[in-house]
Design a protein around this ligand. Structure first.
Ligand SMILES: CCCCC/C=C\C/C=C\C/C=C\C/C=C\CCCC(=O)SCCNC(=O)CCNC(=O)[C@H](O)C(C)(C)COP(=O)(O)OP(=O)(O)OC[C@H]1O[C@@H](n2cnc3c(N)ncnc32)[C@H](O)[C@@H]1OP(=O)(O)O
Length: 195
């Protein structure tokens, strides 16, 4: 199978600055999980990360989670994929600052230090530029404190989609359960855009 080369994760020089939506959560305010069964932020996942997030002052999110025994790869250390999951979700939560719905198209992560079980990872993500449906964003994660040693850095490209993306591709029974939950559908519809 062949694959075409992917465009760069660096925004073009004439890219627009991301704009904090007027109805974005106030700086410091907690951002609710986007879906109760989300492996990263959902409260209904017993072995999930239970990532908690809050809005920053810019188009940025601060998030944290504590590495549990269910999150190991090597003995006593977090699995790299689990760390990427946390980063992916903290980047996805930027949707709440931009008031849009986008999905990860590409995510590049550098692992800079091992992350032990029981340690808390502090993530910071921010949008760097927006070009049409493309949202260029970045993130970093630090160990033990918001200014602790750097554990991860990431660059990502998210692409705006409509809610049809989820309706058309998600498992029907899960979509039905969301549609029948008035709170969740109200929250989700607030972000509907027409890219
Ligand atoms: C009513 C019920 C609703 C229920 C919903 C319930 C809850 C939902 C609520 C909120 C959810 C929101 C966010 C979730 C938050 C956190 C979760 C973390 C985020 C994730 O975990 S999310 C899962 C992983 N994610 C995917 O599952 C995506 C799979 N994928 C696709 O679905 C398509 O691939 C898509 C849509 C990405 C693009 O497809 P497409 O057909 O729309 O667009 P196209 O391919 O034309 O690309 C347009 C331009 O982007 C460039 N481009 C594309 N891909 C690129 C790449 N990889 N690298 C560099 N550039 C790329 C092209 O080069 C072109 O660029 P140009 O315009 O310049 O030519």
């Amino acid at each position: 199978m062949t694959d075409s080369p992917r465009p760069s994760l660096t925004p073009p020089p004439d890219a627009a600055q991301p704009v904090r939506h007027p109805d974005a959560p106030a700086p410091g305010k907690a951002i609710e999980p986007h879906y109760e069964h989300c492996f990263a932020c959902g409260p209904a996942q017993p072995h999930g990360l239970h990532l908690s997030s809050r809005a920053g002052e810019g188009v940025e999110v601060f998030a944290e989670f504590t590495v549990g025994t269910a999150h190991q790869g090597a003995p006593g250390l977090a699995h790299g994929g689990v760390l990427v999951t946390a980063m992916d979700d903290a980047l996805g939560t930027l949707n709440w600052l931009l008031h849009t719905t986008s999905v990860t198209a590409r995510l590049e992560t550098d692992f800079r230090a091992p992350v032990p079980v029981d340690s808390t990872l502090y993530l910071h993500t921010w949008a760097e530029a927006v070009v049409g449906r493309k949202i260029y964003c970045r993130g970093e994660a630090r160990l033990g404190a918001p200014d602790g040693p750097l554990a991860l850095t990431a660059r990502a490209l998210f692409i705006q989609v409509t809610l049809d993306h989820f309706v058309n591709h998600g498992r029907p029974e899960d979509i039905k359960a969301v549609i029948e939950n008035p709170d969740l559908i109200k929250r989700t519809r607030a972000f509907e855009v027409n890219p």
